[in-house]
Design a protein around this ligand. Sequence first.
Ligand code: SF4
Length: 372
Amino acid sequence: MSFYSIISKYKNYNFTEFCASITPEKVTAILERDTLTEKDYLALLSDAAAPFLEQMAQKADRITRRHFGSVIFIFTPLYISNYCDNSCAYCSFGRQQTIRRRHLSFDEIRAEALRISAGGIRHVLVLTGEARAKATPAYCEGALRILRDYFSSIAIEIYPLTEGEYHDLIGCGADGLTIYQETYEEDRYGMLHSGGPKQDYGFRLEAPERACRQGIRSVTVGALLGLSDPVRDAFSAGLHAAYLQRTFPEVEVSVAFPRLRPLVADFKQEYPVSDRRLAQTIAALRLFLPTAGITLSTRETANFRNAALPLGVTRMSAGVSTAVGGHTSPEATPQFEIADTRTVDEVKDDLLRLGFQPVMHDWNGKYVRNQD
Ligand code: SF4
């Protein structure tokens, strides 16, 4: 059974009615359980659970430390191309936007890799827009062959691929896949993605499964909070991660809840997500999925990221530029404004001060590749 058939069961589900039925007594009973059902998770996302944030946070911290210790993995994104055939209403790289397009040459990718790795980063996340004729799978393979000389772990956040294409990229050194569904609400997804190949909701939704079948080591899924009902999207992302954990127990599964950042001036945010709502969402996810990774990006401020650490966070980006070639050309156009501009060393210092252990290097793809 694919995830599409699972999430389809909730297409016409009345989330509002369910959440309105949750009482403080029900939340208290859920917080006493060791194992949560998917409906328990949904209850913890409801407004009725908001006053219980402190109890949720304390339990989330205990569970996280049991499974992950105090470790926070650090990585940096590397944007290599911003050509895009899609017209996502909320993105400054959309084809309808007039921006300077850049597509790094292999020499430029090597220069970015040198600059990033000099700062101690060993885990990198490679990003492109969705322009198959420009950032072709062969181009991505070439980029990976360069990057694997500099980094021990390389994840990709690019357009959804076929199973055979994932197989080839894994063979070139990709060991992780990040792909957000943006919103799991299919009708809303259709409204926000009115042009380009990204209109295919199902092909994107099942991309993580295709990569898992081809032996990817880790996947990160999630929703871009702010595009649609955040309770429904957070619930769906949690179900997605649970499905992947069940179906592919050998794969490390993580979840992220990036929040929409301002940059596209004409996009009206109808579903703003408060700090408190995001904190509740992260803690609820941790209680539902005790062993899933949780990523928190530089879309959030340094203050929020520091405060959110005990809620269950296990991975953070640092030293981030969201512009193509932004590590060597700071004037390049960013995809969105980051809120946490700390350097890698500043993030590490703050983690240590707060009692967490920053880890730059927990996996060595080079070692595995050398065994093949
Ligand atoms: S979100 Fe991704 S696919 Fe959509 S316009 Fe931006 S870069 Fe392109």
